[in-house]
Write a protein that binds this ligand. Structure first.
Ligand SMILES: [Zn+2]
Length: 258
């Protein structure tokens, strides 16, 4: 346990909400930057986006061609739910209680299975093999995990608050704890970005900050992660506890959980 604390920090980039309605001008800019540094991100792909709040362009008929090209160059394609539409759910019933909403949690096993089955079919039809699950809005319950295991080949979930990946209910969780690049001294850190909503200056800033991290070879190839079964350490649990205490304080001061 202690040697992992002295292991230098490594990072994974995650790009969220790729769909037929993404702003591909921005996505192309991010892609060129990642290519320049040879970074292979995780991409959260929505197979049938019906969420108007994340529609940034008209329907792109070539969307799956692009996803296929990402897959071919070694990017890690993740299933980001099915339609990205939410129902109300008490967040205390979720594994990660970020919001009072979910596309899956709270539904019966057969209902969750059906959505995941339909999503998986779309990926397979388009020659995409999703290896990772990313819940829309982080929102899932234990039944979602069962449905993923029953309907897909997915073994990895990108989510959770921990310093290092851990196992839970027969799945491997790669934690996602950051929303911008930050210097850390140990641990494996996933930085979640939404290319569609990044401003020009944020994209430039991202490019600049990446160059500093890349020099030290700080980005992790997902294929090199050790996925032996590992429970959370005492330090992972402490980090998790403090993260959620901080989050609850933010909620008390008006942070939006809808
Ligand atoms: Zn999303």
């Amino acid at each position: 346990m202690l040697d992992s604390l002295f292991h230098r920090a490594e990072y994974i980039i995650r790009l969220d909400d790729a769909s037929h309605f993404s702003n591909f001008e921005k996505w192309n800019k991010i892609e060129r930057i990642l290519d320049k540094y040879n970074i292979k991100p995780i991409v959260a792909v929505i197979p049938e986006n019906m969420d108007n709040s994340i529609s940034y362009s008209k329907y792109n008929p070539d969307f799956w061609k692009t996803v296929y090209q990402w897959q071919e160059k070694g990017w890690n394609i993740a299933m980001h739910g099915y339609r990205h539409i939410f129902h109300f759910i008490d967040r205390n019933e979720l594994i990660f209680p970020f919001y009072n909403r979910s596309e899956f949690a709270g539904l019966k096993l057969n209902e969750q299975r059906l959505k995941i089955k339909k999503s998986n079919q779309i990926f397979l039809k388009n020659r995409i093999n999703p290896k990772i699950w990313i819940s829309p809005g982080h929102c899932m319950d234990n039944i979602t995990l069962e449905a993923i295991k029953l309907e897909t080949e997915i073994k990895i979930i990108s989510d959770g608050i921990s310093f290092y990946p851990y196992s839970f209910r027969g799945l491997h969780f790669i934690p996602q704890q950051l929303w911008k690049l930050k210097k850390k001294f140990f641990g494996i850190w996933t930085i979640c970005l939404h290319p569609d909503t990044m401003s020009e200056s944020e994209i430039k800033e991202f490019d600049k900050s990446l160059s500093l991290f890349v020099k030290k070879n700080d980005f992790l190839d997902l294929n090199n992660i050790d996925f032996t079964v590992r429970t959370k350490s005492f330090f992972d649990k402490l980090f998790n506890l403090f993260f959620w205490i901080k989050y609850e304080i933010k909620v008390l001061f008006g942070h939006n959980i809808k």
